[in-house]
Design a binder for this molecule. Structure first.
Ligand code: FUB
Length: 319
């Protein structure tokens, strides 16, 4: 059966799904219905606000709760509100989001609300030491929260390989280790990194870091973390090869051993997802560009059920 967009009155992408108070809340990007030229830096993704969606069940209609945060209300940001995520702690909801700062460098900000649907109020400055895009916030069973993030090309992760921003830097495409997503524990108030972000290393089954040339398996963008039967599952997009794939570890910080593919390429260049348990079943939230007829930057969020095999591997899905 063809999966339908969760909503069709606006374009939505990069869904981060969570269960808060028994309801599913989806934090997507809000793609603009405009026509703009495209390039490899992602300038076509010029989003200016966030809308939060919610559902009583993944197979039920979604409600659009309207504007939850607008670029004009983020003091430090200049453009491009890309893929966000949200966590709940101590009675507050924390929306993490990437945007370019006034000098054009992507940083990660946080905005808070007492309701899962917002509206959210942005902190005056991004997280200290933050960079790049695609934050994913994960609560471990011990109550610690981790932020995973990073994306190459337009997401600028390659610019930070030396620790300082080098605009012209390129990602490795040879036998040297590929760039990895970053992971950092969050402070108890959820507003800063508790320490410097570390590499969430992705290795093959021999223990060797995936090389940069391995573009069908190496990390590109869109990290997601979930736990299944005591193991940590780091899933992500391979970007220019358009797969959703995953790697597992016994620790939230890795190293993560590459396991396989989750979703074959969707219509559209980008692929981005989240995985959530609801009603004793597991669900993959993702996007494609079918509603816009394949326009890369006009995407729609969809959902389909995800299945594990007995050995803990994830069954490959077709979009
Ligand atoms: O939506 C803008 C960017 O496209 C996201 O940050 C990436 O993950 C890709 O989906």
């Amino acid at each position: 059966m063809l999966k339908q967009p969760l909503v069709s009155h606006i374009f939505t992408a990069d869904p981060s799904a969570h269960v808060f108070a028994g309801r599913i809340y989806i934090y997507p990007s809000h793609d603009l219905d405009v026509t703009v030229p495209e390039n490899d830096l992602g300038d076509q993704f010029g989003m200016t606000d966030y809308h939060v969606l919610s559902q009583s069940h993944p197979e039920q209609p979604a409600t659009d709760h309207g504007e939850a945060l607008h670029l004009r209300d983020v003091p430090w940001a200049s453009q491009q509100l890309w893929a966000p995520d949200t966590a709940f702690r101590h009675g507050r909801y924390y929306l993490y989001f990437p945007a370019r700062d006034k000098s054009g460098i992507f940083r990660i900000g946080v905005a808070t609300s007492h309701q899962p649907e917002g509206p959210f109020k942005a902190e005056p400055a991004p997280l200290q030491g933050s960079f790049s895009i695609d934050p994913c916030v994960f609560r471990d069973d011990d109550g610690e929260y981790y932020l995973y993030f990073g994306g190459i090309w337009g997401g600028q992760l390659q610019c930070w390989a030396t620790g300082t921003f080098i605009a012209a830097a390129k990602e490795p495409l040879d036998d040297t280790p590929a760039l990895c997503p970053k992971v950092a524990k969050l402070t108890a108030d959820m507003l800063q990194f508790a320490g410097p972000p570390q590499d969430a290393l992705i290795i093959d089954d021999q223990g060797t870091p995936l090389p940069g040339r391995d573009t069908e398996r190496r990390y590109f963008e869109g990290p997601w973390m979930h736990k299944y039967q005591g193991k940590y599952y780091l899933s992500y997009s391979t970007g220019d090869t358009h797969f959703l794939v995953y790697a597992t570890s016994d620790k939230p910080t890795g190293p993560f051993t590459f396991r396989g593919r989750i979703l074959n390429p969707v219509l559209g260049w980008t692929t981005h997802h989240s995985i959530v348990e609801f009603g004793g079943r597991w669900w993959l939230y993702y996007h494609d560009a079918s509603l816009s007829g394949g326009v890369t930057y006009k995407r729609s969020v969809k959902v389909q059920e995800l299945f594990y095999e007995a050995d803990g591997s994830i069954r490959l899905m077709e979009p």
